[in-house]
Design a binder for this molecule. Structure first.
Ligand code: GTP
Ligand code: MG
Length: 300
């Protein structure tokens, strides 16, 4: 049996979480068009008859501005160690810059085998692919490159086989019915954050933390979920809530529908917006909101 951990690394917004969801075949990580969607290391586990692949999703590589962003960057660096393989995800439709080459050379040199997933091929001209592969090779990046479209499901099976083929023989690390290392409670908070990322302009979601304060299965088959949506500024709170609470009501309703799909039962969802100024730079609050330095200590 092939078994091992694969660190999925790449720039913010490259399509890492989307690709993991497709490779695993279940939604284990939230996705949005905005960079810095993933904040924690999340494991997504693929179980096949002959293999278990543990994909470690990571926050995208992005210039650090706040303590939270710095921590996210270190999460990606740490994830690249102690793994059997690095899967570097490159957004093909953005071309290949010097910075991309430098990042790929960096990760290719950490002493772990590396494959490159060249993704979003559905939104770019096909003839650009071989040109970019040549640019990579000439730029000193000699890893195998797998063109894929996570959105259209193209090239996925070939990549999946290559990842499995690159892993050593070993025993599975997780029971085979497990698909993620995160708790349901953690995922509920993430679903809320995803809907906020989708609905509001980027200044708002980047300053949001979601804290699930109540998660209870009732007798009647309804699940009660309460959460705090923590933002950084009073004017963000006003935008989040909207006129007569309309914006908040809408985003909570989106989240509730997804939570019901995820849990397989009816959900009664309540959300409160709170202001904690500058929380992204306050160490004690980062801890309270679950953004610990050592991701492995945390189980969601
Ligand atoms: N057209 C197209 N869009 C894609 C594909 N894969 C991902 N996307 C889109 O790219 C955006 C970013 O996707 P994510 O999966 O959140 O990217 P990420 O690398 O995890 O981003 P961070 O967590 O912020 O680092 C989303 O809008 C996705 O829908 C693809 O194969 N084709
Ligand atoms: Mg992500």
């Amino acid at each position: 049996m092939k078994a091992g951990t694969v660190a999925v690394i790449g720039r913010a917004n490259a399509g890492k979480s989307t690709l993991i969801n497709v490779l695993v075949g279940e939604k284990v990580a939230i996705v949005s068009p905005k960079p810095q969607t993933t904040r924690d290391r999340i494991l997504g586990i693929l179980n096949e008859a002959d293999a278990q692949v543990v994909f470690a999703d990571t926050p995208g590589i992005y210039k650090a501005g706040t303590a939270l962003a710095g921590r996210m960057l270190r999460t990606a660096e740490t994830a690249a160690k102690d793994v059997e393989l690095i899967l570097y995800v490159h957004d093909g439709h953005r071309g290949v810059s010097e910075e991309d080459l430098a990042l790929m050379r960096h990760y290719a040199s950490v002493g772990v085998p590396m494959l490159i997933a060249y993704t979003k091929t559905d939104i770019m001209p096909a003839e650009q692919i071989p040109q970019d592969v040549k640019t990579l090779y000439e730029g000193g990046v000699e890893c195998d490159v797998f063109p894929v479209s996570a959105r259209k499901g193209r090239g996925i099976e070939k990549l999946r086989r290559a990842v499995i083929g690159a892993l050593p023989d070993g025993e599975p690390l997780f029971p085979e019915n497990v698909i993620s290392d995160k708790s349901e409670r953690f995922m509920l908070g993430e679903i809320m954050r995803e809907k906020i990322l989708l609905k509001y302009d980027k200044e708002i979601p980047h300053g949001i933390a979601v804290l699930v304060t109540k998660f209870e299965h009732g007798q009647d088959g309804v699940c009660e979920v309460s959460l705090d949506i923590v933002c950084e500024k009073p004017n963000h709170k006003a935008i989040l809530i909207g006129k007569q609470g309309a914006a908040l009501k809408e985003v909570l309703s989106f989240a509730r529908k997804d939570m019901e799909k995820f849990l397989g039962c009816k959900v009664f969802l309540t959300g409160y917006v709170k202001v904690k100024e500058g929380w992204r730079d306050r160490e004690n609050l980062l801890h309270e909101f679950g953004y610990d330095e050592d991701a492995s200590r945390k189980n969601g």
